[in-house]
Ligand binder design. Sequence first.
Ligand code: ADP
Length: 231
Amino acid sequence: MIDFKNVSKNYEAGIQALNNASFHADHGEFFFVVGPSGAGKSTLIRLLIRQELPSEGQVFFEGVEVNNLPATLLPVYRQQFGIVFQDLKLIETKTVEENIRFALEIVGKRKKEVNETTDYLLELVKLTDHRHLHPQALSGGEMQKVAIARALASDPILLIADEPTGNIDPESSLEILSLLQTINSWGTTVMCVTHDREIVDHLQTRVIHMDNGEIIADTVGGYENNKKRKK
Ligand code: ADP
């Protein structure tokens, strides 16, 4: 599904955000990308969703070389991803329900489907009772759940969650993790960028470790595990 081949990204002023990074991910995987601030994790996401172009190397998604996509195809290309941004980007003037409805309308769903899918997504994230509240009235965990529900609007094949447990308590973090696992169990590939050792240790799955623009390890297990991934 995802194939990074010797990808480097240089920004101005000589900053190398990504240095010869290669990795592959298959359909249905759940994997973490971890590493300190400035390691290149967000750059990896931006290259995958074609917000940026690599300076060197190739990025493939579903067999398509992302670098070569014409601008006219980018909206359709990006509909394959559900993205939960670090700052969530919820619309504060809209209620929980309206935030989800809006995302469904943008991807062109008809009214009946918008209604049904909104109800379904609210139920999935257990926020049906909060549907008429605005984001400001929610806890951090609840806001995160709205962002996840909204990210599912385009029925993505890859869900990218950037620090989904960043500012929330451990109990809510495990709830978010469980939600991501449920989504993964339906076949959606999940890529979770995180600093949160607890959720990584809890899941014991694949962990791509980044530092200084490089993929320094690709392991299975907890955050500190050095067991090499079999491939
Ligand atoms: P992370 O997400 O792991 O914190 P980033 O991918 O955001 O790391 O950043 C990697 C490096 O690239 C950092 O040194 C950061 O300052 C730099 N960088 C990121 N985006 C830009 C940009 N648009 N222009 C210049 N430098 C950038």
